[in-house]
Design a protein around this ligand. Structure first.
Ligand code: 5GP
Ligand code: MG
Ligand code: MG
Length: 185
């Protein structure tokens, strides 16, 4: 059976990472996280909506108990370039003062959203705030926020699938691929 049947496949240029590659890499990150947080409580904070798949698979790869909470912040809207305007659409349910917080992200592009988010969470007095992201683009290397766990560094192209959308579509694809330019240009 074709596990990858999604309406509009012709909109995709190229598969960057298959479901198996993503799962394998997240398992490696999970081992690092287990080691680094041994003996400490851990709160995973997923950034909606893009990080839903990463959160689900990373959390289930962890051989330990964690708590999970979610934030929604505005970033791109439905376009393909960062506005730099960040707004909280849904805040945490958890009081994070004194907590070890690991932000779980799908992708870091300019890093604008994330550096804002880190500053915001740090102002609430947590014990620590670290970042795990499945994907990182070249521009993110210039940002001042350290990213502790990175799945894959990717070229500067617009990607979709595995939680990542274009105009709210393609999030449910199991793999990650580049979107054909004709779709958005
Ligand atoms: P940043 O603030 O780092 O530039 O962008 C953060 C957010 O923009 C990501 O969490 C994601 O929602 C969106 N984004 C950045 N690059 C891409 C991309 O290549 N594809 C998709 N679908 N979203 C992206
Ligand atoms: Mg995101
Ligand atoms: Mg989006």
């Amino acid at each position: 059976m074709d596990t990858q049947h999604v309406e509009g496949d012709l909109d995709l240029d190229q598969t960057l990472f298959t479901e198996d590659q993503i799962r394998a890499r997240l398992a490696e990150l999970a081992r690092d996280i287990e080691r680094d947080y041994e003996g400490r409580d851990l709160l995973l904070v997923g950034v909606l909506k893009g990080a839903v798949m990463v959160m689900a698979d990373l959390a289930r790869s962890l051989d330990r108990h964690v708590e999970m909470d979610w934030m929604a912040v505005s970033s791109y809207g439905s376009g393909t370039s960062s506005s730099g305007v960040v707004r909280i659409l849904k805040d945490l349910d958890t009081d994070i003062s004194g907590r070890d917080v690991l932000i779980v992200e799908d992708i870091i592009d300019t890093g604008l959203t994330l550096s804002w988010l880190v500053a915001n969470l740090k102002s609430r007095g947590p014990a620590s705030v670290e970042i795990a992201t499945l994907l990182r683009k070249p521009d993110a290397l210039r940002m001042e926020v350290d990213v502790t766990y990175v799945g894959f560094d990717i070229p500067n192209a617009f990607v979709v699938g595995y939680g990542l959308d274009y105009a709210e579509r393609y999030r449910n694809m199991r793999s990650i691929g580049t979107l054909a330019p004709h779709v958005y240009s």
